[in-house]
Design a protein around this ligand. Sequence first.
Ligand code: ATP
Ligand code: MG
Length: 367
Amino acid sequence: MTSLSDAVTDAKLLVTCGPGGVGKTTTAAALGVAAARAGRKTVVVTVDPARRLADALGLGKEATTDEPHRVDGVTNESGRGELWALMLDAEQTFDRLVRDQSPSKKQADAVLNNPVYQAISGSLSGAQEYMAIERLHQLHTSGEWDLIIVDTPPSRHAIDLLEAPDRLVGFLGHPVYRALTVGQRAFARVTDAAASMFLWAVKRLAGPQIVEDTVNFFRSLANIEGGLRTRAKEVSALLRDEDTCFVVVSSPRAEAVGEAKHLLDALQAKNFPFGGLVVNLIHPLPEALTAEDAALLADLDDGPLAEQVAWHNELTTLATAERAELVSLEALAGDAPIVELPLLDHDIHDVPGLIDLSARLTSSDFV
Ligand SMILES: Nc1ncnc2c1ncn2[C@@H]1O[C@H](COP(=O)(O)OP(=O)(O)OP(=O)(O)O)[C@@H](O)[C@H]1O
Ligand SMILES: [Mg+2]
């Protein structure tokens, strides 16, 4: 079993992805700590970190923008590296994207000030996923960072992230969108059946003003459509760059393993560079009893020692089942490093905790 230290020292982009609640955000932060301690200027884009971890990363309530903040207390004696963190704000990222891609400020304002845009920019299907990668692209083009690490949102399906750029382009090709944006056609003359139905439904539900706003929104978006398409393609290419590395995080639970396998298959099928598998929250396998001890302990009467033995047996069964569950997932990882992290008896919510985890992630001594 090898480590992830190469990814941390060589990659320019790291993406942590995987099923919900398995430790993606924690792993992203710990990899960031490892990179900073290896002397690199690193930024971690986090999505919705647990409250105490956010505080530890300087992303508490007072952090009102989605700009990077320096994290203190991370670097070692060499003191060369830096860790910065930012919390993804999908709406601010979307606004920035609209501004960047608009030919003029007037056209950008037309989109940004539209009530429909304001209502949907944070909740467009796939927007969170897309914006995480879009923010990565923005940081990448700034040229300021040795390494950018992107944590991914708790999607229902981890695979959504990979499809987000294509989905954006797909949305731009949707018949309703096309019908609403072609030429300067007035709402009354929209002939496309799907678009008419759509507008009729919107009008019934929300009144005529919202229809006008919707039509205006799609029209103003048409001005930046070319830019959005180009950007989605660039983002797609960046995710497949040779300096990019996807780290899949999973737990040993059957449901998570199933999803992680699906994700690994998709990464390989779609040519995303896979850099390693982190299996988190594993129960350590207790030391096996010798046959002699087992025989001695088998006939115990009820009491504290019997409870200990029962607990030992239960833990052994659980830890063994987890390892059996993981065989097929670990086989899919091929030659890539696999790191197993134990389920600790405490949350990881401060810099020392992250430093400990970063050592486990990058040292091949820890298994
Ligand atoms: N090895 C571990 N041992 C104990 N607790 C852990 C371990 N790894 C992570 N945790 C804790 O589990 C919780 C969930 O971790 P985290 O937020 O990183 O998961 P996530 O995959 O990002 O979740 P989501 O899908 O909701 O974004 C956190 O409270 C974290 O401190
Ligand atoms: Mg998370």
